[in-house]
Design a protein around this ligand. Sequence first.
Ligand SMILES: O=C[C@H](O)COP(=O)(O)O
Length: 320
Amino acid sequence: MTKQTMNRNPGTELNLAWINNIQTNTSATERRAATLGTRRSIKKDHQAAWLIKAIGLIDLTTLAGDDTEQRVRRLCAKAKNPLRQDLKDALGIGDMNLTTAAVCVYHDMLATAHKALEGTDIHLAAVSTGFPAGLTPHELKVAEIKASVAAGADEIDVVITRKHVFKQDWQALYDEVKEYREACGGAHLKTILATGELATLRNVAKASMVCMMAGADFIKTSTGKESVNATLPVSLTMIRQIRNYLHLTGFKVGYKPAGGISKAKDALVYLSMMKEELGNDWLEPELFRFGASSLLGDIERQLEHHVTGHYSAAHRHAMG
Ligand SMILES: O=C[C@H](O)COP(=O)(O)O
């Protein structure tokens, strides 16, 4: 993957008719979500290949108050070499330049991560705009984005102001995200909805559409700090709005579920959902990412089991 090569969603005018037309059916969405893990659309003998694919879709993340430069350097080393060479050899991909899609950190850690990732195609993402609550003054949020871009971030993960959604003030949400997009310049914009705090799937669907109209390159579920983070019903709701937006405008927007995705088997469910609902374009890092701090460790563990028939202890695959 080369950095920032895809055609970006330029956004559209705010179209309130599109927002008002959005319908959601919570029980039908939940029923459909409940079948996703049981359909076995990724067959057992293909699982290793799909898990290797999933590695290339991870935004390997550390967003803790006790993050240090040393931890971030270790995370970047893992992003560059996500699988042990003996496992790669055994899987027949010894020569593959396998990396994660990106590393995602707080602004303070950008310089360290930027240096550690130099010379690679791994994107550098910064969370921004008063992450995770998004309640700092607006002008500081915009300045934060600009500072992170200047510090080398290729991608900016912003949090939206949740009260705009509660008030159904779509103009305010649109204006905010549009300004964030402008502040990003060439960096790609991911808008985090904090879906666990938005109360209804209808709010999630409408906020998704507004963010895409305002020029989001990705819509993302969660910060990882809400009490409910990425879920399948929320994901179905958001990716169906991505499909809706594609039909209305012809532009493709990416999807990033984040928060609490830590098991390889869950990653497989997400991938099969993306394939079924949106098609193969959304199995590439230009249009799909997992925001995850510990998923890579479990994937490596499962691949080790695939190769050796044994599980190693989880601590052998620690990330930080
Ligand atoms: O954006 C990514 C999330 O903060 C990661 O959440 P997690 O630590 O639950 O994987």
